[in-house]
Design a protein around this ligand. Sequence first.
Ligand SMILES: CC(=O)SCCNC(=O)CCNC(=O)[C@H](O)C(C)(C)COP(=O)(O)OP(=O)(O)OC[C@H]1O[C@@H](n2cnc3c(N)ncnc32)[C@H](O)[C@@H]1OP(=O)(O)O
Ligand SMILES: N[C@@H](CCO)C(=O)O
Length: 384
Amino acid sequence: MSQVVAPLPEVAHQHAVFADGLPLDCGAVVVPLTVAFRTYGTLNAERSNAVLVCHALTGDQYLAEPHPVTGKPGWWESIVGPGKPLDTDRYFLVCANVLGGCMGSTGPRSEMTDAEGRGLGRPWGTDFPQVTIRDMVRAQKRLMDHLSIPRWLAVIGGSMGGMQVLEWAATYPDAVLAAAPIACAAHHSAQNIAFHEVGRQAIHGDPDWMGGRYWEDGRIPARGLAVARMVAHITYLSEQALTRKFGRRLRGASALTFLEDVFEVESYLRHQGSTFVRRFDANSYLTITRAMDFFDLAAEHEGNLARAFAGTSTRFFLASFSSDWLFPTEESRAVVRALNAAGARVSFVEIDSDKGHDAFLLEEPEFHAALGGFLRGAAEKAGV
Ligand SMILES: CC(=O)SCCNC(=O)CCNC(=O)[C@H](O)C(C)(C)COP(=O)(O)OP(=O)(O)OC[C@H]1O[C@@H](n2cnc3c(N)ncnc32)[C@H](O)[C@@H]1OP(=O)(O)O
Ligand SMILES: N[C@@H](CCO)C(=O)O
């Protein structure tokens, strides 16, 4: 794969700026706070049909429109639009780039500022404070207030998006009528942290990473970031999916060669790696993977997950996928048990799928029907 990759293009994003900044769990304050976001559909007169969609690790706010960097369709276009489960004729969808991201919200690519918000003429890079999932949610709460949305009809998200949903329900219970954490867990497992660490080490080991100051020479650690994505991408699939897609198929006539890309699956992974580095920032990757690793909702509540949801009136819907070994069904069941212990209203479905963790992004009609039905039920209850 090519080592010569241009830095990410500068793209203008719709955004809100909060001059007073955001205090973070680590004690630092980022001043100002910028939250880049997109909306789909129309906010009704009662302001009661707003749905927050939280994106996963490498997603962004371009939920249902062409991506401004890659030109590819939005990551949930299959279920967002008129008449679809996330029906834009009925709901007002809000999707924000997470704090620490690289698509317009404050993150390592943003200009570093001092405590008064004065620009220091260089990106934050690795000086960007370590953010948490709760910090990301607090940033979204600022956006919610800015948009004068009194309460979310629903907060929805998969993977790291699901972690944000759980955090929303725990931190701002009165602001969330319905919550749908999909293919996620209440904490990141040791195995998941381990895979993230392999990716981080790949980035650190790339000579073009330059201690995180790659931007000084207009470089990016393309090899390291691509390898990080390749490793991570394997965890988003399943053995069955890889076998179904590629099996042991060769690209050339013979396997007994030292040429690159002998197997189709190698070529596929290299493609996933090389396209990723054209749309994502390495320092954001380091920051956000760490935020996922630190996520432990029970630990935020004296080690008792049920306490995170004590007294909640939010209605919950959880979904997992049978072949997801990154966030296995058992992790969702543990959340369901805690919700039951807290007396919450919760429904749960395990979708039979061989597509692995990324099934939540793919064509899964049973999942789409279940999510759409849950949302319609919440909307009817709220008179939307
Ligand atoms: C919730 C969020 O916000 S998450 C953000 C989600 N977006 C991403 O993760 C983007 C990158 N990830 C992907 O593309 C994921 O695989 C998915 C889940 C989104 C898409 O999955 P699928 O539709 O099953 O696509 P698949 O995994 O087969 O990949 C297709 C790509 O591989 C390429 N490909 C397929 N076989 C090969 C091969 N043998 N050699 C090289 N490339 C190959 C295709 O040309 C296609 O390339 P393109 O995406 O540049 O057009
Ligand atoms: N494939 C998705 C989901 C990972 O959890 C992403 O890249 O963000």
